[in-house]
Design a protein around this ligand. Structure first.
Ligand code: S3P
Length: 177
């Protein structure tokens, strides 16, 4: 159930949730439905760094990656035309990032799916995810992050029978109406 309902029609939203939950595709449909711009934080990072995320994490380490991610998040929230922002799966777990998102006036929404659902998507995706190369390690991360994801303003339970398009439609109805 939502905790608060945004009052302004110009509300901006940041989608969080575990790897493989579908943040990027839901964000794409959401931006189409709202007829607004969107930023995918992972893509922005790769564009600005001229490297794949996997390469950054593997070569420079996860802490260096998190610093790059925060720097790019600061850029992303400045783009007021981009009302939809899809985060990386770990972005919301960093307190500084949560502050940046809140202070920029974005509503946060946790796309919450089962580990089974996320892992199935991770396994068939071509996207390389250094933090999910091993199923047990990914499961541990998934369990650890639940209590931080639930700090988001909205909690949206992703049911596997719904497509990303349908989920985006439900978010428009619940968050933007
Ligand atoms: C990460 C998730 C990835 C990407 C990076 C780290 C994480 O994004 O940002 O590999 O810490 O969960 P997706 O959630 O889009 O896969």
């Amino acid at each position: 159930m939502p905790r608060s309902k945004p009052d302004a029609a110009e509300k901006r939203i940041a989608l969080t949730g575990f790897m493989g939950v579908g943040k990027t595709s839901v964000a794409r449909h959401l931006a189409n439905l709202l007829k607004c711009g969107r930023v995918d934080l992972d893509s922005l990072i790769e564009q600005n760094e001229h490297r794949r995320i996997a390469e950054i994490i593997d070569r420079d380490g996860i802490e260096a990656y998190r610093r790059i991610e925060t720097a790019n998040l600061k850029l992303a929230v400045k783009d007021s035309h981009a009302r939809v922002l899809s985060l990386g799966g770990g972005t919301w777990t960093i307190a500084e990032n949560r502050d940046i998102i809140r202070r920029s006036g974005l509503v946060s929404l946790w796309l919450d799916a089962s580990f089974h659902h996320c892992w199935a998507n991770i396994s068939r995706s071509r996207k390389e995810r250094p933090l999910a190369r091993d199923k047990n390690a990914a499961r541990t991360l998934f369990d650890e992050r639940q209590e931080v994801y639930c700090l988001a303003d909205w909690h949206f339970v992703v049911r596997p029978e719904f497509t990303s398009y349908e989920i985006a439609g439900q978010i428009v109805e619940q968050v933007f109406s």
